[in-house]
Design a protein around this ligand. Structure first.
Ligand code: PFF
Length: 472
């Protein structure tokens, strides 16, 4: 299996695929809202620090572990700790987590697709009414959109690493960059846009408290697709001539660059078309921003560019978000697919069918948990509230398990595989890495404060979500 493992065709292809995974709804919507509410450039600075000082080393550790073991995450844990079954729990978590995150992300992606189609149908005005979102997510059309997404992801993954994932990223990522830049130029040339830019770029340090720091850390970790097994899997498809450190830096830069640019789009758009906005009104959730708030902003543009002009701008935005979500979805579903291929020794086609069909069933359970099916809508009660199946998946896998997975991968790499081996792997294809400051920093940080921070975030989230308590 190892000898003929699929590989990315080029370094650029790998960087685009990894950036495709990293750039997602988190960057385009989550980051701008967080920055807007939490001190603008002060949040941005904090976020960038976390990306480069904490997340980048974890990213390199995941990629190196994948490239060295040439395995999916479970295979990688088994490779580095063959005799100790306790470690394999980390491997299982790194397969189950992406599976479950993919399920809720697929539901949000199908809504984005539904909104895109509605806008192209001339329904932008209808989208701005209060009842539209609730009606849409409970309408039978969601099943069609889910099926369409399953087919799109299935086709890309069917063609494999080079012809599917890499080719898809090479088409979608440049288109995404162009659409994003085009929209930014359009928005920045509107009246009042500079008020949004000012609001975004003037740091307000008074907003930074322990909660905001915790939020920036979570946002950075999620945004780089860490703890989801994706980078272990993608690392297993990278050749030994490539420099992991340089590629990882490029991915982190692209991801942070897109998040920053998305802020330059969303905030000035809000200020320009709704100058009296009170940013406290912006909800924390990306979902309510995309589906209820932004359509109103796009509709307001009709005063300057007409209804169809506004609809075109809105359609480009939703297409942008859709591409970002699709490339992320492809990367995350590849994890269990490669897991089943490696562990069960089946073909890509068989693995895809097994993973895809079961995933559609779980995604359906998530999709109907907004009122369509009572059982999934009031699925469970914890933390003092009734939660739907969708909420449960987000709370457990996205909020809670991700930092735990990050902690476990640091422990595996540093204390089981050992730093000397990690260094050797990172020096492959990158002779300058040996003895560099980066090497020393990564060795130190991965063995000390990074796992401590991730463990702290994990414990705090468990207390917070499930016991209504907090360490900070
Ligand atoms: N980096 C992605 C984002 O910011 O949206 C995180 C992600 C989420 C990757 C879901 C993959 C995925 F399926």
């Amino acid at each position: 299996m190892t000898a003929n493992r699929e590989q990315f065709g080029s370094r650029l292809g790998f960087i685009l695929a990894a950036a495709g995974s990293a750039v997602g709804i988190g960057n385009l919507v989550g980051f701008p809202v967080n920055a807007a509410k939490n001190g603008g450039a002060a949040f941005l600075l904090l976020y960038a620090l976390f990306v480069f000082l904490i997340c980048l080393p974890v990213m390199m550790a995941e990629l190196a572990a994948g490239r060295n073991s040439r395995k999916n995450p479970l295979g990688a844990y088994q490779h580095f700790a063959p005799d100790n079954k306790l470690w394999h729990i980390g491997g299982w978590l790194s397969l189950v987590t992406p599976y479950m995150i993919a399920v809720f992300y697929a539901v949000i992606t199908l809504w984005v697709l539904g909104y895109l189609v509605a806008i192209l149908n001339g329904e932008l005005e209808a989208l701005t009414t209060t009842e539209y979102f609730g009606n849409f997510i409970n309408s039978p059309s969601i099943f069609i959109y889910l099926a369409l997404i399953a087919v799109m992801v299935g086709v890309i993954l069917h063609f494999g690493v080079k012809e599917g994932i890499e080719r898809g990223a090479k088409i979608m990522m440049p288109s995404l960059f162009i659409m994003l830049l085009g929209l930014v130029v359009f928005v920045l040339t509107r009246d009042n846009a500079m008020a949004g830019v000012q609001y975004y770029l003037i740091p307000d340090v008074s907003k930074i408290d322990a909660k905001v720091i915790n939020g920036a850390m979570g946002q950075a970790f999620f945004s780089l697709s860490l703890g989801m097994g994706i980078l272990i899997t993608y690392g297993s498809y990278v050749d030994r001539q490539a420099s992991i450190a340089n590629s990882a830096k490029m991915v982190a830069l692209a991801d942070t660059g897109v998040a920053f640019t998305a802020g330059l789009l969303v905030l000035p758009a809000i200020f320009s078309f709704n100058p009296n906005v009170n940013t406290a009104e912006l909800s924390d959730s990306s979902v309510s921003l995309i589906f209820t708030f932004l359509p109103k902003i796009f509709l307001a543009m009709q005063a300057s560019v007409g209804y169809w002009g506004a609809s075109i701008v809105a359609a480009i935005f939703f297409l942008l978000v859709f591409f970002a979500a699709l490339t992320s979805l492809v990367s995350i579903i590849e994890v269990p697919v490669s897991g089943v291929m490696d562990q069960k020794g089946v073909t890509r086609h068989q693995a895809l069918l097994m993973v895809g069909s079961t995933m559609v069933v779980v995604a359906l359970a998530c999709a109907v948990s907004f009122g369509m099916v009572d059982f999934f809508t009031s699925f469970i009660h914890y933390g003092g509230a009734s939660k739907s199946f969708f909420d449960l998946v987000i709370d457990v896998f996205y909020d809670t398990i991700l930092p735990l997975n990050g902690f476990l991968i640091c422990m595996l790499v540093v204390y089981r595989w050992k730093k000397a081996q990690l260094n050797k792997e990172l020096e492959q294809g990158d002779p300058e890495y040996k003895g560099s400051l980066a090497e020393r920093y990564i060795n130190f940080s991965l063995g000390t404060f990074i796992p401590v921070i991730l463990l702290f975030v994990f414990i705090n989230t468990v207390l917070n979500k499930f016991f209504s308590m907090s360490l900070i």
